[in-house]
Design a protein around this ligand. Sequence first.
Ligand SMILES: *Cc1c(COP(=O)(O)O)cnc(C)c1O
Length: 387
Amino acid sequence: MNTNGHSRQVPFVDLAVQHQALETEINEVISKVLHRTNFILGDDVALFEQEFADFCETGYAVGADSGTSALELALRAYGIGPGDEVITVANTFIASALAISYTGATPVLVDIDPQTYNMDVSLIESAITPRTKAILPVHLYGQPADMDAILEIANQYELVVIEDACQAHGARYKGKRAGSIGHAAAFSFYPAKNLGACGDGGIVVTNDAQTAQSIRLMRNYGSTKKYEHMVQGFNRRLDTIQAAILRVKLRELENWNQARRRHAALYNQLLSDFDGSIILPTEADFAESVYHLFVVRTDDREALQAYLQQAGISTGIHYPIPVHLQPAYQNLGYQKGDFPITERYAEQILSLPMYPELTPDLIEAVVKAVGNYMIAHSPINASQPSV
Ligand SMILES: *Cc1c(COP(=O)(O)O)cnc(C)c1O
């Protein structure tokens, strides 16, 4: 039963609201590209690359056609391929592992830290073998992984570190931008990401000129000069129209991220009333999260999610099936029980609505609905005969 008399619809994300505010500007830049017809590697691509590199405080950025491509190209730029192993985390979107597999290398998974839900750095060393070439930490939900600890191990074993920053545009680790810390990093511009295109897109950032040049070649058939091909590259370019739109949206990103942080603070404040039944996200001392997602944990997650859905509140689960239990990755030979924290959390996590245009009113509506669920399912209530 929905006891909330004036319940409000709260979507999980609301891109329509975001684009309404920018519609005139976006239409203008699209129209310019239409007239210039420089659809492939037009000026906006190079301009956006420079602006995004500046934003990330890195020397170089190279656009690609998706975040998955960006990850794969970054790995390839460091020569990672068949016979190699790359260590990543069991609790992530499948693309972190797929990018490794595409190169011919094998993903080796580790469990997560129970507080941050990111790679548990104390488990990395035992996952290293003579075949290990790289570590691929994921800054999940917008919070950077513990990069200093990861870099220390990487230096000791001479491993490459590729950051999966696909959910962490603008996040900071000890003051440094996510993506500026490892050898290279990949970002996704999937529409719902903190910085999203109106279609697919991605980018690699790095401080290494040679890496940037290598990715520039690979994304464009191995060519910088027309019909001259240095390597057997791919067609993995960022579209000019998407770059033009991303230039408009990048100017808003810092404000959007600050809004997400305010929303997270309000959620934390209001949800602290349910301490114990709703476990709130924690930000590590070293991290400034950009809250791509606001993820809580609770027992009876399915019941709460269904209740919220009925109350008009959309939620998500990121992610319901850990990488090692995906049918696609049975070949890795992992079993249920191999990553206990990831597996337990996969049954408890629930992502509440989170997007910059969310309002305090809407957040209160979400929290009120959570409260109503708690009342309806409290042990006292449950013991009473239904009428
Ligand atoms: C979105 C995402 C990707 C893949 O990005 P696409 O642009 O969808 O290819 C990779 N890793 C993580 C953690 C992501 O969230």
